[in-house]
Write a protein that binds this ligand. Sequence first.
Ligand code: PLP
Length: 227
Amino acid sequence: MILDKEQLRANLDKVLSDVEEARLKVSDHHIVKLVVVGKYTELENISTLYSLGQRAFGENRVQQLKERVEILEDLPLEWHMIGTLQKNKINNLIDLRPSLMQSLDSISFALELEKKLKAKDRKMHCLLQINASREESKSGVSPESAIKIYLNIKESCPSIHLKGVMTIGAHSEDESLIRESFETTYIIYKKLEKDGATICSMGMSGDFKLAIECGSNMIRVGSALFK
Ligand SMILES: *Cc1c(COP(=O)(O)O)cnc(C)c1O
């Protein structure tokens, strides 16, 4: 559905004021970056959000990312990859020069990415995805192994610049379970700060306020903006 500018402005204002309220509960100094997830929506809505001041956008499929990067190449947008990627798509992703790859989810993927980045003499900023809720349907490393894997990738993959962690909140009606998955991820993030982690990406349409209260400084929001 293509939304008009006033509708998108109202939706964006609502998200931004919710973000403001949640971040002030943490601290005056706590800054949260909004990445708009366009996977459910039309390209036109992305251009409209750009005209309203939004710059960072995320996609979960390389093909869709490619189409949009190419069509909107004249706009100064920042593109994030947020979805699980097959290894045979790595070269396509590298060629799109995403500003952040948020879904690095295993050592074997990191090693393959490193090899292909090196061959192209390129670097990529990435987040390590953590499966904090331990749901089988979700990608990511286990919370127990996260720090070891993060340091291992940092050590063995010089073309990958790890910037922090990403998680998807528990899929549950029970807020305490969602909170637990965010708290688990935040603890790991804090431990990695001394190793250069600056981004803790957690929170989507249904749970970004809670995620921010748990320390998130990057949220990925789709459906709340496109209704
Ligand atoms: C789809 C998606 C989002 C956004 O989800 P909404 O609930 O629509 O806000 C955020 N992160 C990831 C990894 C996604 O796949």
